[in-house]
Design a protein around this ligand. Sequence first.
Ligand code: TXA
Ligand code: MG
Length: 319
Amino acid sequence: MIAADAAGMERAATALKAGELVAFPTETVYGLGADATNDKAVAAIYAAKDRPSFNPLIVHVTGRDAAARHAEFTPMADALAAKFWPGALSLVLPRRDDCSLSLLVSAGLDSVAIRVPAHPLAQDLLERAGCPVAAPSANRSGEVSPTTAEHVAHSFAGGAGGHALTILDGGPCRIGLESTVVHVEGDSATLLRPGGIAAEDIEAITGPLAHAVDDDHAPKSPGMLSRHYAPATPLRLNAEAARPGEALLGFGTAPADAARNLSPSGDLEEAAANLFAMLRALDDESHVSIAVMPIPKTGLGLAINDRLRRAATDAGGDT
Ligand code: TXA
Ligand code: MG
């Protein structure tokens, strides 16, 4: 844990720029941050949280203009940003085609959640780091969100998935409840997660919100929300070799004719970092199908297998 004085802030920003994990205070809860443009740094977040599936992450930026470099703003999104940013509102918006964010922050969705935190230390850190920062709540999977640096330290007392973790101590969080997550599509808005800003206050701008919240805070009706990226090319899982016309997506020691390899050394974090980009690249090459070698079902391998199974089911798809 380090103090949030000038030296501490500089250390934390340097760690972020180097692709390391930094836990930092926001006005809602502490976030577990990493450079949102760095696939490996984002994979480290998932490894540290130890989740069995990829949940999309909130990207933190300094302001609306920084946000607009990554996501498409409609007039409604702009009205919400003008009213509630900086603050406890995360907007889920379409990713811009030319955005530099890791595909992993969106966990395979064509949208991205963006927030401008109001906490002065969060703002200072973003300024110093100069990159967008992906940050879920800084707790391990299954625990409640941390509102003090001590909570974070306790959560990761057993380590952060083998990664260095810098914890910036900024005292207790003012709101203590996660941000409200609103999905904006054109001129309609859907409440994905209730949070620090009351739904009524948002409805004053959007009109009645559609609701799409389940126990896991995950979008309930993907049809009306962003779509999961599913390759148009069929996927065959647990393949040892490619059949004629197939492209082999390797893991570990793979046959010489493998089209790509998620991680030649069999490193699950490297595989997670490469997953979405390699699936897209193979999909663009018009193969008969994509054969994926077996991925161990441990650690991040659980999330990778979960995502591959969905992609296999949705292939050709619209969901
Ligand atoms: O207050 C907060 O929001 C804190 C601080 C650190 O900013 N962050 C936070 O992140 O609570 P996390 O990862 O614990 O929760 C993110 C929520 C999840 O419910 C996730 O499903 C949703 O936002 N989310 C993120 N991106 C999304 C997307 N593209 N589409 C739909 N839901 C998304
Ligand atoms: Mg959380």
